[in-house]
Design a protein around this ligand. Sequence first.
Ligand code: NAP
Length: 300
Amino acid sequence: MQLIDGKYTAETIREEIRQEVSRMINEGLRPPHLVAVLAGNDGASETYVANKIRTCAEVGFRSTLERLPSDVSEDEVLSLIDRLNADDSVDGFIVQLPLPAHIDVHRITERIRPEKDVDGFHPVNLGRMTEELPAYIPATPKGIIQLLERYKIETEGKHCVVVGRSNIVGTPVSILLSRNTYPGNCTVTLTHSRTQNLRALTLQADILIAAIGKPYFITADMVKEGAVVVDVGMTRVHAPERKLGFKLAGDVDFEHVAPKCSWITPVPGGVGPMTIMGLLQNTLLAAQHRVYPEHVGQDI
Ligand code: NAP
């Protein structure tokens, strides 16, 4: 068994981004600018956004946090999006999810200009991704694809079973791995909570991607000998022995599954650190107009 080290790979990518930002600045360009919109005060969202802002600083990006109260109206969020859409000093922005329950997430996502949608959640970006056109790829699937690529994991003709069909992980990663490219050219089975006899399917997987949100759900008897296992799950579980009183658990029973695998991602230190890099890479692409070259703001 070999470990796919997401922490190390993310550090490598962070350095690549940092160098590219230095190059831009040396050429007299301004650094990429990411704006994060945070509505309400959900604890996990606060942490995610703080990490994004901190990592922006580490690579030399400019970042701005736009805070909104939890009782903000949908129209007020839409007005802020209109302002960010029109602001040429903003290369890309994200609206941190989940939003307060009274706000329609689809209306919000669709209001963001696709050229600035660095989360890659706008239907135009998802459609372009499916068509193999330049697009912002959602950060977590992008991170998974880059792990497979950087570890030179063979994907062509392999059977990939994805467990979980969310719009941010399972569905996009299944599309990406079925495309005619590398990493890709897999035969993909996308499974979910209504799938019957899941084990019979996971046992066929050459590549198994677990994005469920149920700690230790994938057990050793569900995994084929020699499989590549990517664990996206990240759930806080009670751990009184830890200083914080909790630890992060993946969707895979790592201890028993790892000995059967050719490659496996750990939790933490697997997909997690790659996700934020995906967002920064998208923001860099936005600042350099490389996805939508027809949208000219700043010269490259
Ligand atoms: P989600 O939106 O809750 O989706 C979970 C998916 O799992 C759904 O499609 C659901 O099926 C499926 N599922 C639930 N129970 C199942 C079962 N018993 N058998 C088969 N499928 C089942 O979750 P998500 O946003 O994709 O996140 C999944 C996990 O990844 C979470 O732990 C999350 O924290 C983590 N995550 C990590 C990162 C990272 O950076 N590492 C990023 C994003 C998410 P239905 O569609 O039928 O309900």
